[in-house]
Design a protein around this ligand. Sequence first.
Ligand code: ACO
Length: 376
Amino acid sequence: MAGSGNVQRGLEDVIALESQICFIDGKQGRLIYRGYDIRDLAARSTFEEVAYLLWYGHLPSPAELTELRARLATLRRVPEALGETIDRMPKTAHPMDVLRTAVSALGISEPEEAGPGASAIGGAQRLTALIPAILGRFHRRRTGGKPLSPRPELSHAAYLVEALVGRAPTELEARAIDVALILHADHELNASAFAARVTASTLSDLYSAVTSAVGTLKGPLHGGANERVMELLDEIRTVDRVEEVVRAKLARRERVMGFGHRVYKVEDPRATILRDWSRRVGEEKRDLHYFDLLRRLEEVVHREKGLYPNVDLYSGAVYSLLGIPHDLFTPIFAASRIAGWTAHVLEEYQDLRLIRPTARYVGPVDLVYGSPAVRG
Ligand code: ACO
């Protein structure tokens, strides 16, 4: 056996780097972006303001915010070559696969803005501005619609909703999505941010780093959980069936999506805020079906496993009430987390150290070439 020291499976509790972007207090259930509590940001800020905060390290002045909004608005139009690439993708593709491929394709046409030392911030803003349009272009095509021209006067949240559902959101809907975008914008060294930083740490470009991140977010143990929560709710259907379905799931040692977290040992503060928004949107729509199911689900899972909800439990219910299909939930997560991923890549470029851990080798070392094991 080669390599000494303890193996930290899943890198659990390993402090891999220093960062000034995001702090999670898993015991108190607090989440801080650049010094500001997520609860204050969710109550008083906007996604654009939070993106600025993550990228530049401080809140924008009114003039800086106006400038960023204007810049993002000018970057909303999908370049022709990218549009053609998206239009060639199969309509049956998962939107996360489409997004991953589109980000990668964009990296071919926009490489000058993306490297370390260059103005990678330009690439960060271009990607942030474009993701809703990329998703909208694909989604409208697969549902038989024509691409929409993004309206520059809309907030980022309203533009995202319009791109996905083809209509302007109500004020409450736009604010619900704005809050969801704020809450998902960063989360310290989560798997997808880490993947982005690993890629950036090789001096690779921003688009490659974000491509890695999108692929990592897709997994159901990470961003893909919100889609699975809705599948579970569709399977449960009525409040009186929650207990039976959950118990059967746990008996089969299956995971209940939307619960548990590697870092939070109490309720994820993002879940607390989204629970409230899920109720508010449900009340506006006069449809509390999902909200009631989720409340009961929380009770049963906590009683049976002592687990608390994470950010993915309530987000899907909010998106569903807006008429957004389930397979666009993780892409919405990406449309927000792009701010955090790119902030991490920018930070990595500032303090670059190739990320390259080591493995304890547990295979054989003394095989003789030509032996039966080698000839197989
Ligand atoms: N449902 C049922 N049991 C669970 C769940 C769950 N959601 N989460 C953890 N457990 C159980 C495990 O089975 C394990 O029990 P055991 O010791 O009896 O085997 C114990 O709790 C510890 O689980 P671990 O997997 O070691 O905890 P870890 O820190 O690795 O898990 C994770 C974190 C992956 C998020 C896990 O809680 C999970 O799979 N949750 C469901 C998926 C999900 O909601 N992901 C979204 C996370 S938030 C985000 O990425 C945006």
